[in-house]
Design a protein around this ligand. Structure first.
Ligand code: PRX
Length: 661
């Protein structure tokens, strides 16, 4: 094809075509998935997924693999019964009760090796304690805990009782915690007095104090302590987990047998409009899928030491620190503090200390390690067999650095594309079966049917190197069940655009991921990023609307819009464009108020990179803000088509104001 006929995206993807890297023979020789037949076997829809469910212990086997009769409310392993906590703990006791299940490294280097037997005892006692405080099957328990053992223990205790958990990342603000507690109809918040950040004790419980003032509900609060004695003021109304556990020492709680379709947890995530959505995940299909992908994609074996350096407060930690790895009976490492504390070699020091075999991180972290330099990893003696990246596109340069300086050119890398909603990996190579290509997620996971559609819903030709809207054409077991309490929003957000919503044939329903992607000639998928108003800041997903409504809370602000600015390290950072009210001076004080409003509404991790004062925002004649234009301004790009604007001179004015900043 002559180059003039290629679209920019095609051209770009051709120019950036990368070389391949083969998995080393030593890796292939020991891998869990070495037979390409897995694609055909799992791809036999829907029964192919039975082999995933067969990785688990079931109290009752399912009668039907899949029920698609009420789309898009699909059901998996219908009639089956199981308990997730049993699958992650009890069933391993015969074979590996003295093996470490969770290897926790505290901020100051203190360590807890929690064996499967310890985990069994601690989860049982915690379940007994929660039950004694009234937690029953189907009650949603909000968990606002940092990276301490209490977090997975509380999650597994909830799972044992059949009480869905809703973990709110510890970095979220009181306001965000209150909103999620209300939205989930939750009557319990589990928290802790504090934890360590860069070596300093950070009080955490005050966020719960404030959330109780802000929330409509009046949840009971149960609190863990980071040390034996409280390090922060704890309200007398709160229940101390330590006291409760003493009362229930040695108690056992039978795992509650859950229907495969009963919810295991909620995970809130940002969308394009309104408040965050509570993605509801089922017990059977979710656990089966994350166990299988942990086995085939992450290549986890029980004897491995596996370290996913994400936070359990996000979906990656749920699926690939807690549920997948523990369902397979491996040793999962958890680390409390940041990678640069007390020095920039901390991650590699821990990897050496525990002899980690499999390492899992984000492109943002890789870019940071790269910036710090290879002298840090070089000081430590660690040897990964397998490495993962997740959460954002990884630039080939960062990939190559990771491969060379962290993997020593003999570890495989999987670039896994998936989402909070998908529960587990959907686009990724199986590492022993296909070569790696830097910057590409690779093939679709077994049984997954991705496709690209153009904006009118027509199929983009397969493997044509052309960009399109990424969709998944066939259901899979770990897909979200619904948006908690809002089936309509579930349909509108994920299905309405590309499905025949009047049809009761599941084949007419297509899941919209919200990402743009390209499938190159070799069949490999490369995910380009969000097509909607969702940003990806250091691998954290943020809705521009949420940021905007936080900025607009500031009294002096008449109107605000947010656009992502590309950032060499964090991928994207938010720029706020604000119009102040008549008579208000555009000052640093107002800027600071906007920043603190975002921190208060969402959390410090969402802090805007820049606040730019402008006279007007670019709007269409119907009054819709054209964020794309702001994005172009933030990134120093051409303005693009401005003819649909009510006042086409606005972008130039903004550009001048921005340059003048
Ligand atoms: O834009 C995609 C990006 O992260 C979004 C999902 O974010 P979240 O629900 O927070 O889950 C993150 C962890 C699974 C996607 O819509 N994304 C995720 N993985 C990749 C990615 N973009 C490119 N390559 C990836 N491997």
């Amino acid at each position: 094809m002559p180059d003039d006929d290629m679209t920019d995206v095609q051209l770009e993807s051709r120019l950036r075509e990368q070389e391949y890297f083969s998995p080393p023979p030593e890796f292939v020789g020991q891998a869990n998935a070495t037979d390409r037949d897995i694609y055909d076997e799992v791809g036999e829809f829907p029964e192919g997924f039975d082999r995933y469910a067969e990785l688990l212990d079931w109290d009752e086997r399912w009668d039907r693999t899949f029920d698609g009769s009420n789309p898009p409310f699909f059901e998996w392993f219908v009639g089956g019964k199981l308990n997730a906590s049993h699958n992650c703990i009890d069933r391993h006791l015969d074979e590996r009760k003295n093996q470490t299940a969770i290897c926790w490294e505290g901020s100051d280097g203190t360590q807890e090796n929690i064996t499967y037997r310890d985990l069994y005892r601690r989860v049982n006692e915690t379940a007994a304690a929660l039950r004694a405080r009234g937690v029953e099957e189907d009650d949603v328990v909000t968990i606002h805990l940092p990276m301490v053992p209490a977090l997975p223990i509380t999650m597994l205790a909830c799972a044992r009782l059949g009480a869905p958990h809703s973990v709110v990342f510890a970095g979220f603000s009181a306001q965000a915690l209150a909103e999620r507690t209300d939205s989930a109809d939750s009557d319990y918040i589990v928290t802790i007095d504090g934890y360590y950040r860069r070596g300093a004790f950070l009080s955490h419980i005050e966020k719960t104090d404030e959330a109780l003032d802000l929330a409509d509900r009046e949840p009971d609060v149960l609190t863990w302590l980071r040390h034996d004695e409280p390090q922060a003021d704890i309200s007398d109304d709160y229940i101390r987990m330590g006291d409760l556990l003493d009362e229930h020492a040695g108690e056992r709680v039978d795992p509650v047998s859950r229907d495969a379709e009963d919810p295991l947890f909620l995970m809130y995530t940002s969308g394009t409009t309104g408040k965050p959505k509570g993605c509801q995940h089922r017990t059977g299909g979710y656990l089966a899928y994350v166990a299988a992908t942990s086995k085939h994609v992450l290549d986890i074996k029980p004897g491995d030491t596996y370290w996913c350096a994400a936070d359990i407060g996000w979906i990656t930690g749920h699926s690939y620190i807690v549920y997948g790895p523990l369902a397979l009976g491996t040793t999962s490492v958890m680390y409390e503090d940041t990678p640069d504390h007390p020095h920039k070699g901390r991650i590699w020091e821990i990897a050496e200390k525990y002899d980690v075999d499999i390492f899992h991180t984000s492109p943002t972290a890789v870019r940071m390690f790269m910036k710090w330099g290879e002298e840090y990893p070089e000081r430590y003696d660690f040897d990964f067999r397998h490495m993962t990246t997740v959460g954002e596109p990884i630039q080939p340069e960062a990939w190559l650095w990771y491969y060379k300086h962290i993997g020593g050119e003999d570890a495989v890398i999987v670039d896994t594309w998936w989402q909070t909603e998908t529960g587990g990996h959907l686009l990724t190579n199986l590492p022993a079966l296909d070569d790696m290509k830097p910057g590409s997620a690779g093939r679709a996971a077994p049984g997954i049917e991705p496709a690209l559609l153009d904006d009118s819903g027509e199929n983009v030709p397969e493997a044509a190197g052309q960009a399109g809207n990424l969709v998944i054409e066939r259901p899979w077991p770990s897909m979200l069940q619904t948006v908690y309490g809002d089936d309509e929003r579930f349909i509108d957000t994920y299905w309405a655009d590309y499905s025949d919503t009047d049809s009761d044939d599941w084949r007419d329903w297509t899941y919209k991921a919200g990402d743009g992607a390209v499938q190159s000639q070799d069949g490999y998928w490369r995910v380009l990023g969000r097509l909607d108003d969702v940003m990806n800041v250091a691998g954290h997903r943020l809705g521009t609307m949420e940021l905007e409504s936080a900025a607009a809370e500031v009294e002096q602000v008449a109107e605000a819009a947010v656009a992502p600015r590309e950032d060499a390290q964090k991928g994207e950072v938010p720029d706020v464009y604000a119009v102040v009210r008549e008579g208000v001076e555009e000052s640093d004080a107002v800027r600071a108020e906007i920043v603190s409003a975002v921190e208060a509404e969402i959390g410090k991790f969402a802090r805007p990179a820049n606040v730019v004062f402008v006279d007007d925002l670019p709007k269409t004649r119907s009054g819709k803000i054209m964020r794309r234009i702001l994005e172009n301004i933030s990134n120093g790009e051409d303005l693009g088509n401005t003819t649909t604007l009510r006042d086409p001179s606005v972008p130039e004015q903004i550009r001048e104001q921005t340059v003048g900043e």
